[in-house]
Design a protein around this ligand. Structure first.
Ligand SMILES: Cc1cc2nc3c(=O)[nH]c(=O)nc-3n(C[C@H](O)[C@H](O)[C@H](O)COP(=O)(O)OP(=O)(O)OC[C@H]3O[C@@H](n4cnc5c(N)ncnc54)[C@H](O)[C@@H]3O)c2cc1C
Length: 463
């Protein structure tokens, strides 16, 4: 039977105009010519599609919001594949305020889930620059991180239950809202972070948290990354796990943002080697976060660990700080010659990582702009790089491989990972193969072959 006849009208798209937005990745690096795009509305439709693809040996590439930065949802050089988009699977199946859970389908947009939680006087903590388009299925499949990992953990830590359609079309309903369940292995963990290589996530039970009623955010100018770590520890000594974000932005990254958005307001009159955003929040109004911020900053000034600082006085003020941090990531996604990276090291090694990589970039491409930015509190700095002002884009791109290898080598040498929060997708496979042991690769393949023996689930990604 033909796939088209198995499904309702509008589920299977093949016209060039209809599939245009699904076949190219967000960065514009990877294009594809899939045989079609599936837009199922229900888990049962996903099941039918997978069963048919299993029988007919057709590769399936799951796609959420297509904001992933590793090309995982695009079937590069795989014209026989279909893209399975979850963009119409966006029902909220349950919102349980007493139990603090929300059960959503994979296609719900992250920002919408955050808003639903807020409207119910709850909080869903996964927050990152792609949230306006990224979908829950994509967040789960990449185990995305973002700005609140310090306090709440990555996406994995927000999940109680999952529903998954397996490569042969069977539906696994693991939508349990249980905090304790030791009845065998925790199967949902296999699918979280698997980037669509083991099945299609169709729905999830997510944990909600109490909403913060007090929050403090400061933008601090510092000389070097080690000062940011000093400040982070100081703040954690004072207010412990209320510290939710600690972000680092290099001068070059800040300059990139203000040249991309010249109308934006710069809170400081002069430029500084690094800025950091520190934020803490609590559901209790009896917690003196402001006192802790003032004390930590005063000590930082006395010890020469801070050059300048401003604490947000209103929500708009806070959003202005975050606009700098999120806007620089967008500016770098839009600059197609900007080298992007996503590695991590143990937090204590961050200063050494930044110093070594800055020096290595200058040695490899003199005059290039090192633009490190990111989640310093998690040891995850995106060590990006931009071309020297007098170098054309293509020439700079020709240096990418050696620059990428340098970031990855330095991260691994310092005990880190080559993929911190964006996943492996299609563009980081070589990096993973370079650093994982044979035993680890063997375990990955054992899982893959057991669950997807015909290799129809996102072939070409991760493994
Ligand atoms: C400006 C910007 C800033 C960003 N900042 C961050 C950040 O701070 N932290 C961070 O972690 N990420 C960040 N990202 C990356 C991105 O937003 C996340 O990786 C996000 O989780 C991807 O979600 P998506 O729905 O767009 O997934 P997609 O890009 O569509 O897919 C990602 C992967 O998941 C698979 N997949 C998607 N849906 C499913 C499903 N239902 N079942 C099985 N597999 C599936 C795909 O096949 C692919 O391999 C940023 C992106 C942008 C553009």
């Amino acid at each position: 039977m033909e796939l088209k006849t198995l499904l309702d009208d509008g589920v299977y798209l093949t016209e060039a105009a209809d599939i245009a937005k699904y076949r190219v990745d967000i960065v514009g690096d990877i294009e594809s010519t899939p045989r079609g795009v599936m837009r199922p509305r229900t888990t049962e439709e996903v099941s039918k599609i997978m069963a048919w693809c299993h029988t007919n040996n057709v590769p399936v590439i799951p796609q959420g919001g297509n904001t992933g930065l590793c090309g995982g949802c695009i079937p590069k050089d795989l014209d026989s594949a279909v893209i399975l988009s979850t963009d119409r699977m966006n029902q909220v199946r349950d919102l349980d305020v007493l139990g603090n859970t929300i059960t959503v389908e994979a296609g719900c947009v992250l920002a919408d889930v955050q808003k639903l939680a807020l409207d119910a006087n709850r909080f869903f903590p996964v927050t990152h620059g792609g949230q306006g388009s990224a979908q829950i299925g994509g967040n789960l499949s990449t185990n995305s991180g973002g700005n609140n990992v310090l306090k709440y953990g990555t996406t994995r830590a927000q999940v109680l239950g999952l529903e998954v359609v397996l490569p042969d079309g069977r539906i696994w309903n693991g939508l349990r809202a249980l905090h304790k369940d030791t009845a065998g292995n925790d199967l949902k963990q296999i699918f979280i972070g698997a980037e669509g290589t083991l099945g299609i996530i169709t729905a999830a039970v997510l944990k909600l948290r109490p909403q913060a009623v007090s929050r403090e955010t400061a933008l601090v100018a510092i000389k070097e990354p080690a000062d940011a770590l000093w400040l982070l520890r100081k703040l954690q000594d004072y207010v412990g796990e209320t510290v939710s974000s600690f972000e680092l932005m290099s001068k070059n990254a800040v300059d990139t943002y203000f040249s991309f958005k010249p109308e934006a307001r710069n809170p400081f009159n002069e430029s500084h080697p690094y800025l950091c955003i520190m934020e803490a929040e609590s559901p209790s109004k009896f917690f003196d976060l402001r006192g802790a911020f003032e004390a930590a900053l005063e000590e930082a000034f006395n010890e020469g660990k801070a050059i300048n600082a401003v604490i947000a006085e209103a929500d708009q003020h806070r959003m202005d700080f975050w606009a700098i941090r999120e806007g620089m990531a967008v500016a770098m996604v839009e600059d197609e010659s900007c080298l992007k990276s996503d590695t991590s090291v143990p937090v204590a090694q961050i200063a050494e990582f930044v110093a070594k990589t800055t020096a290595e970039f200058e040695r490899l491409v003199p005059g290039m702009r090192a633009t490190p930015l990111g989640h310093i509190g998690d040891g995850n700095i995106h060590f990006n790089g931009q071309r020297p002002f007098d170098m054309d884009k293509q020439t700079f791109i020709s240096h990418w491989d050696k620059l990428k290898n340098a970031v990855e080598d330095i991260s691994v040498e310092l005990g880190g990972s080559v993929c911190a929060e964006h996943g492996v997708g299609r563009i980081k496979k070589k990096a993973v193969a370079r650093v994982k042991s044979d035993v680890e690769m063997d375990l990955f393949w054992t899982l893959k072959k057991a669950l997807d023996p015909d290799g129809i689930c996102n072939p070409g990604a991760v493994l």
